[in-house]
Design a protein around this ligand. Structure first.
Ligand SMILES: C=CC1=C(C)c2cc3[nH]c(cc4nc(cc5[nH]c(cc1n2)c(C)c5CCC(=O)O)C(CCC(=O)O)=C4C)c(C)c3C=C
Ligand SMILES: [Fe+2]
Ligand SMILES: [Fe+2]
Length: 361
């Protein structure tokens, strides 16, 4: 670990969490059934969920197959996450990164066995979701604790609930935005530009039940806009919107389609920023690059550009390494986020602590 600190001489296992994705065409169906069977995603009693999961998964199966076919029949998420793991390891001597996916291999139980075999002195749980949602971070961390207990893995553990407004993270996203903005300006001289921060959506009822995700997304956008303002020295038009509606319920709005329609009506060029994803996957490479690009063409939008997801971008990895270092410097604890200050999300406390308490009750 670079720099002196309490963690500098220890064997530290860093567990990186993401959602996972199918590793071949035959995995698409079971991956999607796993996803819709998660009580954090479909909030219904288990016997209804068992039936509902298969029904919802079947409903858009063909569209999902077509989407994965465009990416070679599988998701690039695991490979990109492994690259992030390698880059992070290189920046944090003494640490070894492990990957735990929620709905496909390597599952948390596989990662927990690997971590146990490595015999760490300390573990850092680092979700690759900047914003906390019960559907992503909450579900992954709960899954990890079950897997770790089953594996008999006992080591002091530090958990990061969220890093949505970390200054280094915001600056790394702002730099990626600035790059695409420069391309858009060079290709559309004189055109008015609007940044559309497109985040994964959530069903409205999940947000109403207290999920802080939407609030965290808005805070991420504010942090990126502040960093962008500092580096470019100007204010830029922007809007937050939500993509990837996957169930028939009402989802939070405005949708990315609605934001594109507004951009067309206002005669502006849209520069889409995938704000809730740290890696390219089906929702960026297909939904943003193919589906919404088509929508933009149909709407005769002035222009449509997409900012890349950070993947293993050097400043993003450096930001992640800083987040990890600061979390570890605080010693063992349940949650070490925001440089040690308490969560100041809408609900005033740490969302993971709260989620854990509610689920244990
Ligand atoms: C109710 C359904 C869903 C919720 C809620 C949800 C939240 C959510 N998801 C991500 C990030 C990812 N989602 C991915 C895939 C994916 N997500 C859903 C549904 C919900 N997500 C589905 C059905 C799928 C499968 C793709 C498809 O069949 O269309 C992925 C991985 C994609 C891949 O490349 O394989 C990610 C990453 C976030 C950040 C989030 C809420 C905060
Ligand atoms: Fe999703
Ligand atoms: Fe927290």
């Amino acid at each position: 670990m670079s720099g002196a600190g309490p963690a500098s001489d220890r064997r530290i296992a860093i567990v990186l969490f993401n959602l996972g994705g199918p590793d071949g065409p035959e995995a698409i169906k079971p991956f999607r059934v796993n996803l819709f069977s998660d009580p954090a995603i479909i909030r219904a009693p288990w016997f209804i969920r068992f039936w509902l999961a298969r029904r919802i998964a079947a409903a858009a199966q063909q569209k999902a197959e077509q989407g994965y076919a465009l990416m070679g029949g599988k998701s690039p998420l695991l490979e990109l996450t492994r690259r992030q793991a390698d880059a992070l390891e290189a920046g944090l001597p003494g640490a070894k990164c492990f990957v735990a996916m929620r709905y496909w291999h390597p599952f948390a139980r596989e990662a927990a066995e690997q971590v146990k075999a490595w015999e760490p002195q300390r573990i850092l749980l680092l979700p690759l979701y900047p914003q906390f949602s019960t559907t992503t971070t909450g579900s992954s961390l709960a899954d990890w604790h079950e897997a770790a207990a089953r594996a008999g893995l006992v080591a002091p553990t530090t958990t990061l609930c969220c890093w949505h407004d970390d200054a280094g993270y915001a600056a790394s996203i702002a730099a990626l935005v600035a790059g695409t903005l420069a391309t858009a300006r060079a290709e559309r001289p004189g055109a008015k530009i609007r940044l559309l921060f497109s985040a994964h959506g959530l069903p409205e009822n999940i947000v109403r039940a207290g999920d802080p995700y939407q609030d965290h997304v808005e805070r991420s956008v504010a942090a990126v806009m502040a960093a962008l303002g500092r580096s470019l020295g100007e204010a830029i038009d922007h809007q937050v919107c939500y993509q990837s509606r996957a169930t028939p319920q009402r989802w939070i709005e405005p949708s990315t389609e609605q934001a594109l329609a507004r951009a067309a009506a206002d005669g502006v060029v849209a520069v889409v920023v995938p704000i809730a994803f740290v890696s390219e996957h089906i929702e960026t490479l297909v939904e943003l690059d193919v589906d919404y690009r088509e929508v933009a063409e149909t709407l005769h939008l002035q222009g449509y550009y997409r900012v890349p997801a950070p993947n293993d971008d050097a400043s993003f990895i450096a930001a992640l390494a800083g987040i990890a270092r600061r979390a570890l410097a605080q010693g063992d604890g349940l949650c070490s986020h925001r440089g040690g200050r308490a969560c100041d999300a809408r609900h005033g406390d740490c969302p993971w602590t709260r989620y854990r308490a509610v689920n244990a009750a």
